[in-house]
Design a protein around this ligand. Structure first.
Ligand code: HEC
Ligand code: HEC
Ligand code: HEC
Ligand code: HEC
Length: 505
């Protein structure tokens, strides 16, 4: 080919074509640049504060005026349509799915009602509706303390700021019902001044201080998990310290995070959540050691945070922002997993299901052993066993069920850390079997040498009848509570919220 200058000399029209072509390209580039600038301007506009409010503003819609994208996506936590194989946003009655749980929790509120967690938008509704909080109408008190509100609402840091932390925990649950009305939201995780991530709950800060860690020295990436660790953790109510008589929210992390470390912590202080109705064992209820279990998994070890999978980045109109629709990542594999993994969506989902299914297989076996152990221990008492004879057996039941619960209640744990969960369940199986061997020996010594029949607990109703729960009564009084008391709480809260200061710009 001849050089371009020579070609133009021969055909001047070609020069003009090149010239005009360049003009058009430059013009188009100019248009593009201007569009980008406009977008930028839009973006800046979207982040220009519309209102000024206090750090303790509990209403998401007020914060949402300044950050509409985050607010709109957070509102999607009310979506209950997604169900994966075991989890998702739908309400699942776990006692119906697995009636053995009724026996494991006999004598404790969880045997009345236990549902699989839903999105953050339901935190207030669900704690009001659940039978475990009782039906405090008139002079009637709830069986639960105010401490139960702690992980439900940004009203919590607001009230704590007004009256103090211990004063917040003090008293029974219905006393602060009119104070805590907004579901989990912006103020729980953010600093209103600069929108930095913020720890709003004292329990996590106090625990860090106790175990000699400095919350101000953690990395930004760690904060993207620690905001979740304010609530998705194991905890208990300490009625002895720091304030006698107040059920003070405490994380049992002093000896470490593992099932064994927390178990030894509880054993040392001879703490128990309740005495089992059938076996009389001093039981522990694992709450939801989600953060602790996650920390033992490979993702945590590679520096992947809770937010990376549950709050991935999202693009909307050229804007990159954090998707606040906190949910099962299996409803959003493209943004949650495929930023790091190249596998097909189906493959990744199968990886998750495979781990969960294999773990649940063994967890079910441990559950059956525990039902046997409780029923056999009850039988031994009836046969005249003494406290001294039962002591070791009851400790085995306590430890085996704690391990089962540590695994079962660490929502997502069988994916977050399958190897650790598998290990904890197998130690639980060993301990449960040891306890049952001791029981068999004891029963033989008491003159009983046959198997104790497994009760018919094939449905939730049968299991609840077996332990003698008056379900009709409980449901009827709950209905009255919801109809009469809740509207009063909401009306009182609405009056108060009218007085909150909000400045429009
Ligand atoms: C203030 C306490 C609190 C904080 C902070 C918190 N959660 Fe939750 N979370 C809850 C409660 C309570 C529920 C159950 C709500 C219900 O069932 O009504 C829940 C439910 C969930 C669910 C189940 C949603 C579904 O659709 O099944 C996921 C997933 C979740 N949280 C992840 C996170 C992640 C990730 C973080 C941190 C970025 C976080 N949470 C921070 C209290 C909290
Ligand atoms: C459970 C904790 C949690 C809640 C509740 C929450 N956020 Fe966030 N938010 C995060 C995390 C985690 C990030 C990512 C921060 C980072 O990496 O710096 C984030 C980021 C942001 C950002 C920074 C820009 C971006 O998109 O990354 C804004 C603005 C924001 N959130 C607004 C809100 C608003 C408004 C609400 C209430 C409607 C809210 N957040 C509720 C945890 C939360
Ligand atoms: C920020 C990056 C990142 C994200 C997001 C992420 N992963 Fe991973 N994943 C990793 C790394 C790193 C490993 C460890 C593999 C290694 O080091 O070779 C890993 C390991 C795994 C493994 C093997 C670990 C095991 O338990 O055997 C599976 C399965 C997996 N990821 C699935 C997922 C799924 C499903 C999601 C989305 C819900 C996801 N990952 C999200 C980075 C990520
Ligand atoms: C590597 C990605 C990844 C990380 C990191 C991660 N999760 Fe998950 N999480 C998942 C997957 C996958 C599931 C299983 C979802 C299912 O079965 O539908 C899950 C399940 C859950 C569930 C139960 C969800 C439901 O629908 O009921 C909760 C709650 C949860 N995770 C909280 C957390 C918290 C808190 C952290 C950090 C301490 C965390 N996750 C870290 C991927 C992750």
């Amino acid at each position: 080919m001849k050089p371009i200058t020579e070609q133009i000399k021969n055909k001047p029209i070609l020069g003009w074509v090149l010239f005009l072509g360049t003009v058009v390209v430059v013009f188009l580039l100019g248009m593009l640049a201007s569009a980008v600038m406009e977008r930028r301007a839009e973006a800046v506009f979207a982040y220009t504060p519309q209102v000024k409010h206090s750090q303790f503003e509990p209403r998401n819609e007020v914060w949402g005026k300044n950050f509409p994208r985050q607010y709109q996506s957070y509102k999607n936590t009310s979506d209950t349509s997604f169900r994966s194989m075991y989890n998702g946003g739908a309400m699942i009655d776990m006692l119906e799915v697995d009636p053995r749980l009724v026996i494991l929790w006999a004598g404790y509120g969880f045997s009345k009602e236990y549902n699989q967690g839903r999105g953050h938008a339901y935190a207030i509704d669900d704690v009001r509706n659940i039978l475990r909080t009782g039906a405090p109408v008139g002079q009637e008190k709830s069986p639960m303390p105010n401490t139960c509100w702690t992980c439900k609402s940004p009203d919590v840091p607001r009230v704590m700021n007004e009256i103090g932390v211990a004063e917040f925990y003090k008293g029974s649950w219905e006393e602060k019902g009119h104070e805590v009305v907004n579901h989990i939201g912006c103020a729980d995780c953010h600093d209103a001044e600069n929108m930095n991530l913020r720890i709003s709950r004292p329990a996590l800060l106090e625990t860090f201080t106790r175990i000699g860690k400095d919350i101000n020295k953690v990395s930004h990436q760690e904060m993207r998990s620690l905001v979740c660790a304010q609530c998705h953790v194991e905890y208990y109510f300490n009625k002895e310290t720091p304030v006698k008589g107040v059920p003070y929210l405490t994380f049992p992390w002093d000896n470490g995070f593992s099932a064994e470390a927390m178990e030894s912590y509880y054993d040392q202080m001879e703490f128990s959540d309740w005495t089992h109705q059938l076996s009389k064992a001093p039981m522990l209820k694992a709450q939801h050691p989600g953060y602790e279990v996650y920390m033992t998994g490979v993702h945590a070890k590679r520096g992947v945070s809770c937010a990376d999978c549950h709050m991935p980045y999202k693009n909307e109109g050229g804007q990159k922002f954090t998707d606040h629709h906190i949910q099962s990542p299996l409803n959003n594999v493209a943004n949650s997993c495929q930023v790091c993994h190249r596998e097909e969506t189906e493959r990744l989902i199968q990886d998750v299901y495979e781990r969960q299914t294999k773990i649940i297989e063994n967890r079910d076996e441990l559950e059956k052993l525990l039902v046997h152990a409780h029923v056999e221990a009850e039988f031994a008492w009836k046969k005249g066993a003494t406290e001294a004879q039962m002591k070791d057996i009851l400790m085995d039941i306590r430890h085996a069920q704690w391990r089962w619960d540590y695994a079962a209640a660490s929502h997502g744990g069988s994916f977050h850390s399958p190897v650790e969960i598998g290990r904890v369940i197998s130690t639980g199986i060993t301990i449960a079997q040891e306890g049952r061997i001791k029981l068999a020996r004891l029963l033989a010594a008491l003159g009983h040498n046959e198997a104790i029949p497994y009760p018919d607990i094939s449905t939730k109703a049968k299991a609840q009848k077996y332990i003698g729960l008056p379900m009709d009564e409980l449901n009827a009084s709950k209905k009255i509570f919801l109809e009469q008391v809740i509207p009063q709480w909401d009306a009182k809260a609405a009056e108060r919220e009218k007085t909150y200061e909000i400045t429009n710009f």
